[in-house]
Design a protein around this ligand. Structure first.
Ligand code: AMP
Length: 302
């Protein structure tokens, strides 16, 4: 098994009530890849500029993350700047500098075409489809998107969704995509667009999964220290799909365990700025928190 991921590799500048981090490693594909690589080898497709440092590359090189598909172009790396309010639930985008990302045309190395799983990170839905067309018969295709594409490229997005098995979005995006305020109705409408499984992320309120077998809910792990929520969604997706691929199964039971593994990885992500916590994380710490998660949600025969 292996996972092909396409998405942003970025420099982020993030301000939270607890401090500020300038030009640190970020991007959807970065968080996803590091989280997924704990379970399944990752084939990364993305672009960085000439300013992207060796120290940042080292974060990927030490893991099961293949970098042949990470292109280096003349120009600067994608830069995103965000600021969180005091409760960390809402954030404001201060600036998005696309830089090399603006001219990005994903090229898929031949060896990546046989990837068993695909994660289409939050990029133009047309590019998502171009990537998908270059992969030979993946077993599972998962996808993320955002309000920008739902309002700006809805028809393209619908064409992409018709070929997606699992869609991961937040509750506001689910409402916007379906035109339904109620999330259960929204889920029914979105599943008709293609994805058999829909995962709705609700930040500190956890996630809801809608699949052929009905619905499943998981809380977010209750943490005493939440430092920076940036990347939690992508880290969830990485833990989820990485674990799912490692099971070689995509039945309901494997999907549910993958949701808890995604939530486990995301809970570590928010404990520090950037990928700092994920890069120091061990498999033993993951397994221990997964065990605590089981206890958190168990309510019969204690
Ligand atoms: P999340 O907190 O899971 O929504 O992901 C945050 C990450 O997404 C940050 O590291 C940013 O670099 C990246 N990001 C923000 N805006 C965009 C965008 N328009 N396209 C691609 N990546 C983005």
């Amino acid at each position: 098994m292996s996972i092909l991921v396409v998405g942003s590799v970025a420099y982020d500048t993030v301000e939270t009530p607890f401090g500020k981090a300038e030009r640190v490693l970020g991007g959807s594909a970065s968080f996803f890849s590091v989280a997924a690589s704990f379970f399944t080898p990752v084939n990364l497709v993305g672009v960085v500029g000439r300013d992207f440092g060796e120290a940042q590359l080292a974060a990927f090189k030490d893991r099961a993350i293949d970098l042949e598909g990470l292109e280096r172009m003349a120009g600067d790396t994608f830069h995103w700047q965000g600021k969180y309010s005091y409760d960390l639930n809402s954030r404001e985008t201060i600036c998005t500098e696309l830089n090399v990302f603006e001219f990005f045309k994903p090229k898929i190395p031949a060896r990546y075409r046989r990837s068993s799983h695909v994660f289409l990170g939050n990029i133009d839905p047309l590019l998502q489809r171009e990537v998908l067309e270059q992969v030979e018969q993946p077993q599972v295709v998962a996808c993320d998107t955002m309000n920008f594409w739902i309002s700006g490229k809805l028809e393209e997005l619908k064409k992409t969704l018709a070929r997606v098995d699992i869609l991961l979005i937040n509750d506001a995006e689910a409402r916007q995509l379906s035109g339904e305020w109620n999330v259960v109705k929204a889920a029914r409408a979105i599943r008709k667009l293609g994805p058999r499984t829909l995962i709705i992320k609700k930040g500190e309120h956890g996630v809801l999964m809608f699949s052929e077998q009905g619905s499943f809910a998981a809380p977010a792990y209750p943490l005493e220290e939440v430092f920076d929520p940036t990347g939690a969604g992508d880290t969830f997706a990485g833990g989820f799909l990485g674990y799912l691929a490692s099971t070689g199964d995509h039945g309901e039971s494997a999907l549910r365990r993958a949701v808890i593994m995604g939530s486990t990885l995301a809970s570590f992500c928010v404990e520090a700025f950037s990928l700092d916590r994920l890069l120091r994380l061990t498999r033993a710490e993951i397994d221990e928190r997964y065990r605590l998660f089981r206890r958190l949600t168990h309510f019969e025969e204690l």
